[in-house]
Ligand binder design. Structure first.
Ligand SMILES: [Zn+2]
Length: 67
């Protein structure tokens, strides 16, 4: 995994709501569930169905910012 300074995926792909707040499921932070990925730089994805989809979005995001 390529690490780019300032572009870490927040909470290992945990879901965030449209305001950029972590979505707690059952009071716990979980990387599963529906929500947006959030990058350390503040960029957020569309609503995605799983942590795997959010991680895929983040790989794409890093590829774009590293150009
Ligand atoms: Zn970023």
């Amino acid at each position: 995994v390529t690490r780019i300074a300032g572009h870490a995926l927040r909470h290992e792909g945990a879901p965030f709501d449209r305001d950029g707040h972590l979505i707690y499921s059952g009071g716990f932070i979980s990387s599963s569930g529906v929500g947006r990925a959030r990058c350390e730089c503040g960029t957020m994805s569309e609503v995605l169905q799983s942590a795997n989809q959010r991680k895929a979005w983040h790989r794409q995001h890093k590829a774009e910012v590293s150009r």
